[in-house]
Ligand binder design. Sequence first.
Ligand SMILES: [Zn+2]
Length: 271
Amino acid sequence: MTMRAKVLFVLALVISAISITTLPADAWYTQLRPGQSPTHYFLAELSSNALHHFNLYNHDAIFKGSNEPDDHGLQDHTASKRRSSQSFDAAAKKCAKGDNYWAIRRLARSFHYLQDYGDPTDYLRGGRKDYVRQKAHEMLARGQYVVSNNYWLNSYRHFFGQVANRNLQETLDYANSEAKQIGREINSIYDLWYQRGRRQNEVNQRDGAVRQKLLASFGLLAACQDRVVELFDQRCKELGEGPPIVAPPRPTPQPNFDYPSEAAPRPPVRR
Ligand SMILES: [Zn+2]
């Protein structure tokens, strides 16, 4: 190697090391800045029909709510299930007060955590994770590509039938277990390709099979989100019709889960 070649080689190593360490740690490769790839928002939009149906559609509230958790730098998805149902409860409280905008925004935030909990790409090994997340984003960003796809529609119908009678916790768990299964299937597609000697002329076939699994996972999330919207409408009506809430004489301190930023709920300050 000449000196110049050595310098270029080291430079290439440094650049690739930097790009590996700065890859977004968030699920679904959501990145708001730079380059704007709001994957969570696109996933939330898959439920726009259900949201419209229950008069819960507001573009700004859905965009902001679905991206809020990552916008505030939250990278830990271990608590996704709990946070999704906390956001649902926060949304229901806003709805009971007649605050439709914040109800929708909090509902969209609960979608985000549902999407994190039901993210099949979380289970992908090695470099394929980022590759598949990028593919997922490209598919979702292509306008009507996903929702006009029959495979997506059939997956959606199948999964919606499966969650039709589930409550919120069961729906979240179902999203998680099916996402794990889809993740295993995507890993198998890659493993088979490796076993066959990583042939370049089979990359398109491999990616086509992966795209189909992603369409299934989008169908899963849309079905679970739509179920959440149904449950939300019920909850909101129950709260609206219920007897006036009488404060207990000595209220037990409750952590405030409707936190404005996505930092973990802080204990109330005692004075
Ligand atoms: Zn997230």
